[in-house]
Ligand binder design. Structure first.
Ligand SMILES: Cc1cc2nc3c(=O)[nH]c(=O)nc-3n(C[C@H](O)[C@H](O)[C@H](O)COP(=O)(O)O)c2cc1C
Ligand SMILES: O=C(O)C(=O)c1ccccc1
Length: 386
């Protein structure tokens, strides 16, 4: 059982010895430091979102409207944050959400490997994006004993999708997360302003360029003609015609746990269950895709409709207290997005480890100080609308 609160004691002890934290401890601090360090176009791509960006601001505000009811003298000195997910015991109900541009966010240009190393050392699972700078096999190998998940963007070429899933299985990923909310790119003014879109410039396409089926579609190899390979990726990346009728095909692709990311409506949850899906991932993509999509507000109804199926949640999680709130609203585990991305910018593996340690220490202390000793005690009744 990990004792996450000890991280705080370690910070004080190091500080008393004159060694102050290497990275900021708040999301606002991480954001400011990452912005100062990043090339401004990449910053706008990562920090930005759909439309006027009220959606991503609303994601954060939704957490602020909940308080946690305090219970005193309840015996929460020893706490257990661990949870079971698809047969794996996780040290805490937290995962690294897929960030398709992570590869180019670290100094060395291997951000996916940095996240995998942080996953290996922390036990916090990584959901590896289809859009990586290093091939999925290398990323999987760097995960050590920590279970990893592969996020699939379903190309409009079914055989490429099948090949990616086969490779993810062979590499040892423990589940496939199919993202449904990005069949085309959202309207992102900050990104459009500079036409950054890193993938259109050939970045983070290693899983495609290393894929035998994708390569078989090209007249020249990606090494010989990266421009043509990138153009082919752009033409085949999304599949706007994918519907529920294709779910049977997706389900048959793998025996691994299959999760659908971007689900927010209870009817879609029920349909997903009918199609044999193993988990629901409620998310509005961090406000980057459909403008005005709610996120946290949708979680309780999604959990009710899931009726026992695991529900992951992300979008707007900025602190350990946010993790506790999402769990209390019924999430089985919570995805961290931009916060660990900024950790990667600032310090690669060490930066990600630091951000996760802060989040987990805060989650642990928030749970304990409010009088709850275990995840099972976090129900809707512990929250108060403020
Ligand atoms: C820069 C960036 C790239 C992302 N790339 C992917 C991706 O490749 N696949 C995916 O399913 N979601 C992707 N997401 C969405 C995240 O998985 C997650 O839903 C989102 O970051 C949650 O919002 P938050 O970071 O504001 O908490 C990306 C998010 C960001 C910020
Ligand atoms: O930027 C994103 O959020 C993302 O998921 C994405 C989707 C398509 C292409 C590139 C990135």
């Amino acid at each position: 059982m990990a004792n996450y609160a000890d991280f705080q004691i370690g910070l004080y002890l190091a500080g008393l010895g004159g060694e102050l934290p290497a990275y900021p401890l708040t999301f606002a601090g991480l954001e400011a430091a990452a912005q100062a360090k990043m090339e401004h176009r990449l910053w706008d791509y990562v920090a930005g979102g759909a439309g006027d960006e009220h959606t991503q601001r609303a994601n954060v505000a939704a957490f602020e409207r909940w308080g946690i009811l305090p219970r005193m003298l309840s015996g929460a000195a020893e706490r257990d944050l661990s949870v079971e997910l698809f047969g794996h015991r996780l040290p805490a109900p937290v995962l690294m959400a897929p960030i398709g541009v992570l590869g180019v966010m670290t100094d060395d240009g291997h951000g996916d490997l940095a996240a995998a190393a942080a996953s290996a050392s922390s036990g916090i699972p990584m959901i590896a994006s289809t859009l990586m700078q290093d091939p999925l096999e290398e990323v999987a190998a760097a995960l050590g004993d920590t279970p990893g998940f592969f996020q699939l963007y379903t190309p409009n070429d079914r055989e490429v999708a099948e090949s990616l899933v086969r490779r993810a299985e062979a590499a040892g990923f423990r589940g496939i997360v199919v993202t449904l909310d990005t069949w085309t790119l959202g309207f992102r003014p900050r990104d459009l302003q500079h036409a950054t879109f890193p993938q259109l410039r050939g970045a983070c396409l290693a899983n495609y360029f290393s894929d035998p089926v994708f390569r078989s579609r090209l007249a020249a190899s990606p090494e010989d003609d990266p421009g043509a390979a990138t153009l082919h990726w752009a033409m085949t990346f999304g599949n706007p015609t994918l519907t529920w009728d294709d779910l049977a095909w997706l389900r048959d692709l793998t025996d691994l746990p299959l999760l659908l990311k971007g689900i927010g409506h209870p009817d879609d949850v029920r349909r997903a269950k009918d199609e044999g899906v193993d988990g629901i991932y409620c998310s509005n993509h961090g406000g980057r895709q459909a403008a005005s999509a709610p996120a946290l507000e949708l979680l309780p109804a999604v959990v009710d409709a899931a009726d026992g199926l695991p529900v992951l949640f992300d979008s707007g999680v900025r602190s350990g207290a946010d993790v506790i709130k999402a769990l209390a609203l019924g999430a089985t585990a919570v995805g961290i997005g931009r916060p660990y991305g900024y950790g990667a910018v600032l310090g690669g593996t060490a930066g990600i480890e630091f951000v996760l340690s802060c989040l987990l220490a805060e989650a642990d202390l928030t749970m304990g100080l409010n009088g709850y000793a275990g995840i099972a005690e976090l129900t809707r009744e512990v929250l108060l609308r403020c």
